[in-house]
Design a protein around this ligand. Structure first.
Ligand code: FE2
Length: 218
């Protein structure tokens, strides 16, 4: 078995009053960006997210990603299922390396209009089975985390909007499906990760959604 302390802490507010569709949909999306690039090219939400980061993050070696989605009920803005962010995949199988990871990443996430499709966190201490061979580990752990939530070992909470939420590579979280029609902004800054060594400052012009039942008509 493997033990995790899955927790979040809050680091303040951002983007207050910026949930109007005209603001969200005009926000550029960044991938693998440093903060100077995102600040110079970003809209008011990106700038507010960066302005409100703790000083050591604002001026530290970090990497920033953001996404803007127009969601409808049942659509997922990310692959769903409980997982950890940015565990090095330095294994022969390409699965996350939980034996001797080269780094322990930390993250701050923020959502605008997150209520339409909140990131879910599983909070508490828990044990899950240790990855063996070529286990697709998050497929195994998703079910174990849902069981821990059912039996009260972990508490599932929705990420509130407009809040800077700190978590690390031990924090189990999952995307979920949208429950209404709305624009949504997601941003995340990460540190203590190899990604900071290969910043590419990309602006993304496309974003995808994931469907549970893609053939139900429209
Ligand atoms: Fe994630």
């Amino acid at each position: 078995m493997k033990k995790f302390n899955s927790y979040i802490t809050t680091k303040g507010l951002f983007g207050m009053g910026m949930n109007d569709p005209s603001i969200i949909k005009n926000e550029p999306m960044f991938f693998n960006s440093d903060l100077d690039f995102a600040y110079s090219k970003g809209g008011m939400i990106t700038k507010s997210f960066i302005d409100n980061l703790p000083n050591d993050w604002r001026h530290g070696e970090v990497v920033f990603d953001s996404r803007v989605h127009m969601l409808m009920p049942g659509w997922y803005p990310c692959i769903p299922g409980y997982h950890h962010d940015d565990i090095p995949r330095s294994t022969d199988s390409g699965q996350p390396n939980y034996n001797n990871p080269e780094y322990h990443s930390e993250h701050i996430l923020g959502l605008i209009n997150g209520q339409i499709c909140p990131t879910k966190f599983a909070i508490g201490e828990c044990e899950v089975s240790f990855p063996v061979n070529d286990d697709v580990i998050y497929k195994v752990w998703h079910d174990e985390i849902k069981d821990h939530i059912k039996n009260g070992k972990l508490t599932e909470i929705d990420a509130p909007s407009n809040l800077l939420i700190y978590f690390d590579c031990d924090t189990f979280h999952s995307g979920d499906k949208a429950v209404g029609n709305e624009w949504r902004w997601f941003g995340r800054v990460s540190r203590n990760t190899d990604r900071v060594k290969s910043i590419t400052n990309e602006i993304r012009n496309q974003v995808q959604v994931y469907l549970e039942f893609p053939t139900q008509g429209w």
